[in-house]
Design a protein around this ligand. Structure first.
Ligand SMILES: Cc1cc2nc3c(=O)[nH]c(=O)nc-3n(C[C@H](O)[C@H](O)[C@H](O)COP(=O)(O)O)c2cc1C
Length: 294
């Protein structure tokens, strides 16, 4: 169960991150904009590259959607020894590589980073941060990112936007890293619209942004809040904890909830997280958009 295995690694990283310069971080669940128009990027002097790694195709789909909307260059990172086993085999290999501090070998990329002023980097979340082939790419090219704008994007089972973006800030200290976009692999169909919103909010697309209201004050959960939480999170493959408090707001898509959740590991260690849930107005089932762990 990787969500528990990774906990100690993530906690160690969070301590390191405290020393890292702050970036504006927003999970996909915490978005505060909606988009009514989709136009091409207005600043043609800003040459953009997308570099991504994807093992099973989810991040590739998101990378290709970013490319479609931005009309920019794209390059895929490949491991010299591909992770071509099943999920269990990949978890086992990743675990061994992390434990042994292995730097995963990747194939050379046929791009010159010097040609670009902005680089979007995309990866699956592994153990709360970017996948190991992306770690190699960032370590090998850190100097080339000096002065560049870097935008992260990721796909995941439950979350990892903030933790991975903070790791990118630490890996690329001379770059200007801006808030990452992330999407659960179970919600890939929502990515095109959310990417347009994300790009609009970060000025890469010239779009009209409609401001959304702030969340309400935080209150103790009611029975109805718990029912919505259970509907959104109950079928996830791992338990996501007990909701204690909640705030909400109305958006054009429905009601967004921001739950404060407590979880207990098998060794009784307690941890807190924020879980974002959207309950669409069209009557479809509520779904969680991201778990933000601390
Ligand atoms: C080794 C490994 C570790 C993972 N760790 C996490 C994790 O910490 N959090 C999470 O939400 N998902 C985790 N996942 C799920 C992947 O992030 C998710 O399946 C992702 O969408 C895969 O992207 P891809 O299809 O581009 O490879 C992990 C998957 C693997 C194989």
């Amino acid at each position: 169960m990787w969500e528990i295995l990774i906990n100690s690694i993530v906690m160690k990283k969070l301590f390191l991150m405290a020393a890292v310069a702050a970036v504006t971080l927003c999970g996909c669940g915490g978005k505060s904009t909606s988009v009514s128009e989709d136009k091409a990027a207005s600043d043609s002097t800003d040459k953009i590259l997308i570099v991504y790694y994807s093992q099973t195709g989810a991040t590739k789909a998101v990378a290709e959607e970013f490319q479609r909307q931005l009309g920019c260059d794209i390059a895929a990172i490949e491991a010299v020894k591909p992770y071509d086993g099943d999920y269990g085999a990949t978890i086992q290999r990743w675990r061994e590589e992390v434990d042994n501090n292995v730097k995963v070998e990747i194939k050379p990329l046929d791009v010159n980073l010097d040609d670009y002023s902005s680089v979007f980097i995309g990866y699956p979340i592994w153990g709360g941060t970017y996948a190991l082939p992306m770690a190699t790419f960032l370590a090998d090219n850190a100097e080339s990112f000096k002065g560049k704008k870097v935008v992260t994007f990721s796909t995941f089972g439950s979350g990892g936007v903030s933790t991975s973006t903070r790791d990118v800030v630490a890996a690329l200290p001379d770059a200007e890293v801006i808030a990452g976009y992330g999407v659960r692999n179970a919600r890939l169909a929502k990515a095109p619209e959310e990417i347009a919103e994300f790009l609009g909010a970060t000025d890469f697309l010239d779009v009209e942004i409609e401001s959304l209201p702030d969340y309400s004050d935080v209150t103790e959960v009611t029975e109805n809040d718990v029912r919505i939480f259970d509907e959104a999170c109950g079928s996830y493959q791992f338990p996501l904890g007990t909701p204690l408090k909640v705030a909400s707001r109305k958006t054009p898509k429905g009601t967004e909830y921001r739950y404060e959740v407590e979880s207990q590991a098998p060794d009784s260690t307690k941890s807190s997280s924020i879980i974002f849930v959207i309950a669409p107005d069209d009557g479809s089932a509520p779904e969680f958009t991201e778990v933000v762990r601390f």
